[in-house]
Design a protein around this ligand. Structure first.
Ligand code: TXA
Ligand code: MG
Length: 352
């Protein structure tokens, strides 16, 4: 195996509300010249590379350990830039752009010739989004080029919602990290395929299906995990897996809680160090258990649960637990994305 060249990864603190133009200029120059810069978006931290430089894009795949068959999302600073990235853009795309950009919605469209095929893993399509995080927008505007940005984690690991997560996965592999603190949404963007009619949600995310349907005029189908051939390689099972096995218990609240308690006690009695991802309501109902508990927030606040989820997984991983237990969540709204990430992080799903 050839050794990877290493880079002294520079971490720059930056104000999420008022990004320092000098730091932005430095990061933008690095990107333009083919460097790799991790930056915050409203969803998760992304690892940016100049989309027009094939060498930079290739380096990005290597740094992440990502297979070349997994296509990337192109990030743009202005809505009009969409025309340079995609072609044959349907009217509905512009209606969605008007409603949800900047924001956590990625549109899959036909790829424009300016975008190297490598970006889309050779597919004739391209995924595009305009993020709303002020640091991301400032960086994209200053770079002046479209920027590919997958989540800034090693391939297969949990997406990063804090700069520390990026550093843990990619230190020495990238030039720079812009650290603006935790990301406000916490789960990745919704990926909507507009090259098919009716449109299909390839990945539930920060924009809910209910919100999409108000603009589409119908409720789009959500591609089920691992159903049939993989249309979006990001939908591979266990894509978001933490390094520790996660057992996900699905079923009505009372039964799932009881099963969770029983499993935790059984595993602990075998000498296993158990990590529990619990909703605030469940902690009260379950009482003390021989486990390391991380609070995911209240079942009444899916936004808070989404924000905490990936950090919670990494916290338990770093705590050195042998196994993580969690229970699934209700349907609808943002819960769809949360449940999707829990399922993909799980090594075993138990229905009760
Ligand atoms: O919120 C997000 O989308 C974050 C931030 C950094 O913007 N990015 C992100 O990128 O999650 P990544 O690479 O981790 O996930 C991109 C997803 C994958 O599931 C990929 O397969 C899918 O988008 N995708 C990209 N291009 C596609 C295409 N042309 N057709 C179908 N799916 C595509
Ligand atoms: Mg990812």
């Amino acid at each position: 195996m050839p050794r990877l060249p290493t880079y002294p990864t520079i971490v720059r603190q930056i104000d999420p509300q008022a990004p320092d133009p000098q730091i932005i200029a430095e990061a933008a120059a690095c990107l333009r010249e083919g460097g790799l810069v991790a930056f915050p978006t409203e969803t998760v931290y992304g690892l940016g590379a100049n989309a027009l430089k094939e060498r930079a894009v290739r380096r990005l795949f290597v740094a992440k350990g990502r297979p070349l068959t997994d296509p990337l999302i192109v990030h743009i600073a202005r809505n009009e830039q969409l025309q340079t990235v995609a072609r044959a853009i349907p009217a509905v795309a512009w209606r969605l752009v008007a409603a949800f950009w900047p924001g956590p919605l990625t549109l899959v469209l036909w790829r424009a010739p300016a975008i190297p095929p490598l970006v889309s893993a050779g597919l004739p399509t391209v995924a595009v989004r305009r993020p709303s995080h002020l640091v991301a927008l400032a960086l994209l505007a200053a770079a002046g080029v479209p920027v590919v940005a997958p989540s800034a984690n090693r391939f297969g690991h949990t997406s990063p919602t804090r700069a520390e997560h990026v550093l843990a996965d990619l230190a020495g592999r990238i030039e720079m990290i812009l650290d603006a603190g935790p990301t406000p949404v916490g789960v990745e963007s919704t990926v909507l395929d507009l090259t098919v009619e009716p449109a299909v949600v390839l990945r539930p995310g920060g924009v809910t299906v209910e919100a999409l349907s108000t603009v589409l005029g119908y409720t789009p189908q959500v591609l089920e995990r691992a159903a049939g051939p993989v249309k979006s390689p990001g939908l591979l099972e266990r894509h978001y897996a933490p390094a520790v096995p996660l057992i996900l218990i699905e079923g009505p609240a009372e039964r799932a809680r009881a099963a969770l308690r029983q499993r935790a006690l059984a595993l602990a009695s075998q000498g296993r160090r158990v990590g529990l991802l619990l909703y605030t309501e469940d902690q009260a109902a379950l009482g003390p258990l021989p486990a390391r508990v991380v609070d995911l927030g209240s079942l009444r606040q899916p936004e808070e649960v989404a924000r905490r989820l990936f950090t919670a997984l990494r916290t338990l991983e770093a705590a050195g637990v042998d196994v993580i237990l969690a229970r699934s969540v209700p349907d609808g709204g943002l819960w769809l994305a949360i449940r999707d990430r829990l399922r993909r992080a799980s090594s075993e799903v138990v229905s009760v």
